[in-house]
Design a protein around this ligand. Structure first.
Ligand SMILES: [Mn+2]
Length: 313
């Protein structure tokens, strides 16, 4: 860790008034190595071609911080290499907080959530995390079948991993402060963890049975009960059903509908002023149709989420 980084940490802790937000920092992260599948790395570039950067600049006065590519990753040292990269993202997100800006991190694969949410947990006491995703992403090095980091980052955010990735956060999320929305593909090791730690899992099946509105009102009630005042929102597009949103690399059937997503966005407007950071990940333009319909939905949805927050801030 560099001296610069350390002194920035000290300065950050002196800042206690972060609202009102004074702007949005759009951080693009062309990372695919956390998923070990290419395609997601060009998501920011395609979304910008579809108007994302222009609309963020014109309607939200956003500033653009494109992160460089991570070119070569060695299988033997991948945890260390990815951790170094994710620490750079974390530093960038901390800088946004320092300027009272809202960091909007666009991936890339979902491993980027480790870098960005590590900044949120370090910055805000008792921070909460909403993990909108078809997957649990809470495997450890021991339980992961693939060894892909984009399935392990929440375990690292709780401090449960053993490799270098566990050192990306310096403050871990309390397991009870994490809320999984839309999960439906959980590995054996993850199910064990859910049962031993009594994690808040709101599966897609549970949402189908009870409705998104009821589920989100329960989530918001828990957030309030646990005294969580600062929330990191991590949005993986694969939470949506792949019949509706096919442009993602690890699709899982029986997902959420666009209607569920709309209700989700309406619901979080109730805590819009508590949302400190947003990730948007796992869109794979190479799997989109010729009209980039999924990409256009992403641009529109990102703006809707931001609008919800901006109106509350
Ligand atoms: Mn996922």
């Amino acid at each position: 860790m560099t001296e610069d980084y350390k002194s920035m940490q000290e300065r950050l802790h002196e800042i206690d008034i972060l609202r009102p937000l004074t702007g949005i920092d759009y951080i693009s992260v062309p990372l695919w190595q956390g998923a070990e599948m290419q395609g997601m790395d060009i998501a920011p570039e395609v979304l910008n071609r579809l108007g994302l950067l222009a609309v963020l600049e014109s309607q939200f006065s956003a500033t653009y911080y494109p992160l460089p590519r991570l070119d070569h990753v060695d299988e033997m040292t991948k945890y260390a290499q990815l951790s170094t990269y994710l620490l750079k993202l974390k530093a960038q997100v901390l800088k946004s907080f320092q300027h009272s800006h809202l960091p909007l991190t666009i991936g890339g694969d979902h491993s980027i959530g480790l870098g960005s949410a590590a900044a949120t947990s370090e910055m805000f006491k008792n921070a909460g995390l909403i993990w909108f995703d078809a997957h649990g992403d809470m495997n450890t090095e021991a339980s992961s079948i693939t060894g892909h980091i984009h399935g392990m980052q929440v375990a690292a955010l709780m401090g449960l991993c053993s490799s270098e990735i566990n050192r990306v956060p310096s403050t871990y999320f309390k397991p009870e402060n994490i809320f999984w929305i839309g999960s439906r593909s959980l590995d054996e090791g993850e199910i064990k963890l859910i049962n031993t730690k009594h994690l808040h899992i709101y599966s897609a099946e549970h949402i189908h049975q009870n409705g998104m509105r009821a589920v989100m009102s329960e989530v918001l009630e828990q957030i309030h009960k646990q005294g969580i005042e600062h929330i990191h929102l991590s949005m993986d597009v694969d939470a949506i059903d792949p019949k509706l949103f096919p442009a993602t690399s690890v699709p899982e059937p029986n997902g959420l509908t666009f209607g569920d997503f709309d209700i989700f966005v309406q619901s979080i407007s109730g805590i819009g002023n508590q949302i400190e950071a947003i990730d948007w990940v796992e869109y794979n333009p190479t799997l989109d149709n010729n009209d980039y319909e999924c990409g256009k939905w992403c641009v529109d949805s990102i703006c809707r989420v931001l609008k919800t927050i901006k109106e509350q801030a």
